[in-house]
Design a protein around this ligand. Structure first.
Ligand code: FES
Length: 161
């Protein structure tokens, strides 16, 4: 399925599962984010209706939390740490290499929706600095060779467009 197409069947099933839950907004949004990969802006109204909220309340939560995205992301979301512990261990060079290998800047998604590149303030694994994540998997003590091999593991061959 085209990642830009909204799977309304799945979306409506998730909304129905949380309908009427008093504190259900965040769990519902997390459910959509994990299942669909993003929160389609068109879903704000039906979500609000199901939880008896105003659409602006839903929008406020979606835009406040960095974990929610209004745009589709790649199959693999790569998060490079730019925190202090990683910075002193060379994270800047790691990020530069990732950008070059992926042909992406921070916040961008590849046209084939395979990869999204993001940076975060700290991945909470400073003892492994420099670190990165691919979806939910952590990788630490990175060096250029390790980064290239991790990208290859996720289907990014060196020099791919
Ligand atoms: S600063 Fe990079 S994991 Fe904490």
């Amino acid at each position: 399925m085209n990642p830009l197409e909204i799977d309304w069947n799945r979306l409506n099933a998730i909304i129905a599962k949380h309908r009427g839950e008093k504190w259900g907004l965040i769990p519902l949004l997390q459910d959509i984010q994990e299942t669909i990969g993003f929160i389609p802006p068109e879903s704000m109204e039906p979500i609000a209706h199901a939880l008896n909220l105003h659409p602006s309340q839903v929008q406020g939560v979606v835009t406040f939390y960095a974990g929610f995205s209004l745009k589709p992301k790649g199959k693999w979301v790569l998060r490079a740490c730019r925190g202090t512990a990683c910075h002193v261990k060379g994270s800047r060079g790691i990020l530069r290499l990732m950008k070059k290998e992926l042909g992406l800047e921070e916040g961008e998604t590849s046209p084939d929706y395979q990869f999204t590149l993001e940076t975060v303030a700290c991945l909470g694994a400073c003892f492994l600095a420099p670190t990165m994540m691919v979806n939910r998997d952590y990788f630490g003590k990175l060096n250029p060779t390790k980064v290239t091999s991790i990208l290859a593991q996720y289907g990014k061959e060196k020099g791919d467009e």
